[in-house]
Design a protein around this ligand. Structure first.
Ligand SMILES: Cc1cc2nc3c(=O)[nH]c(=O)nc-3n(C[C@H](O)[C@H](O)[C@H](O)COP(=O)(O)O)c2cc1C
Length: 320
């Protein structure tokens, strides 16, 4: 997610689930090819498994960017066919590609030919006045013919005129049944669902019908739900017991970042959703905002922020 799931955020998320697949922000193929690669797509080996999401509509450029991503060590290359922003519409990629299934097929075929890691697509169920049955079937047929390894369906349309990207994540109605029908019609295709999925209790319901669940905003705004991924979905213990343990495990990553001249804020800006509803959470957030932003801020400031939250109360709630 743009501006959210940068490499620092992904470390935080990885500390709470060994198994969840993490995705980069969308990076355009042109930027990967011509831009500052380390800044744009550099990542820490600790983040694996991690997918690079590309934006673009030119098979040649996407193939080149995919190859660069694979050389960087990414585990998957994902093509964005769902973003409705003006900038993306200006470049005729993202959600606009729902209208161009043949071109998307060409893009996937070129990317598949360039790399040996999985190539996947994230799409909507349609745009504007498209019929979601026909639009999603056409896109699926094209990418299947090109050898796509998986499809993630954000189960609502994008309305390209008149809605902001934020509204396009909220206003067009969700239609999970459309994604289920797609899977029923394509039983051998890996289909993952996305859109409005929050509580862990919802995950298993989707997994009865589909192969995976992609969680966007809830994972960012309430990252502790990630502690439930490994136990619930993989039958394995979570890597850490709670958010306090996560913050302790995060310290060496922050220390290395500070050592390289980075700022504490690069990590702490992704921590405001920790400790939801717990006593002291507001003071934690306030401490992050007031003491963890400056260039001099260090680990002691983060520890002090966490010190506002009562561990004892958490234990008491767990025992109740
Ligand atoms: C701040 C923000 C940035 C996003 N950036 C991307 C992006 O770069 N690529 C993408 O495929 N989706 C992006 N999305 C959309 C989410 O991946 C997801 O499809 C959408 O939020 C619906 O899922 P959710 O209800 O679980 O959040 C973004 C969403 C938000 C809130």
């Amino acid at each position: 997610m743009m501006d959210w799931t940068d490499r620092h955020c992904r470390i935080i998320h990885r500390l709470m689930s060994r198994r969840a697949r993490l995705y980069t922000e969308m990076v355009t193929a042109q930027a990967v090819i011509r831009g500052d690669r380390q800044r744009l797509i550099g990542f820490d080996a600790f983040e694996h498994p991690v997918a690079l999401q590309l934006g673009g509509n030119d098979p040649v450029l996407l193939a080149e960017a995919a190859r660069i991503g694979a050389d960087f060590g990414y585990d998957e290359i994902n093509l964005n066919c769902g973003c409705p922003s003006d900038r993306v519409q200006g470049g005729a990629f993202g959600a606009c590609l729902m209208r161009e299934p043949d071109l998307v097929g060409d893009c996937v075929a070129a990317m598949k030919a360039a790399v040996s890691i999985p190539v996947t697509v994230k799409c909507r169920i349609g745009v504007d006045d498209q019929d979601p049955e026909a639009a999603l079937d056409a896109l699926t047929a094209a990418v299947r013919a090109a050898g796509v390894d998986a499809l993630t369906v954000h189960a609502r349309k994008a309305w390209l005129q008149g809605l902001s990207p934020k509204e396009n994540r909220e206003v067009p109605p969700l239609d999970y049944e459309r994604a289920y029908r797609l899977k029923d019609a394509n039983p051998d295709l890996v289909v993952t669902i996305n859109g409005g999925i929050r509580a862990p209790e919802e995950w298993s319901g989707h997994l009865v019908r589909l192969d995976g669940v992609m969680i966007g905003r809830e994972a960012y705004q309430n990252p502790e739900i990630l502690l439930q991924v490994d136990p619930l979905l993989f039958g394995e213990a979570a890597p850490v017991a709670d958010a306090f343990a996560m913050l302790e495990a995060l310290e060496p990553h922050i220390a290395a970042h500070l050592e390289r001249g980075g700022r504490l804020h690069a990590f702490t800006r992704h921590l405001v959703g920790l400790f939801p509803g717990q006593r002291g959470a507001r003071l934690f957030r306030r401490h992050l905002a007031e003491h963890c932003v400056s260039a001099e801020a260090g680990l002691a400031d983060l520890r002090a922020a966490a010190g506002h939250v009562s561990r004892y109360e958490e234990a008491a709630v767990a025992a109740a």
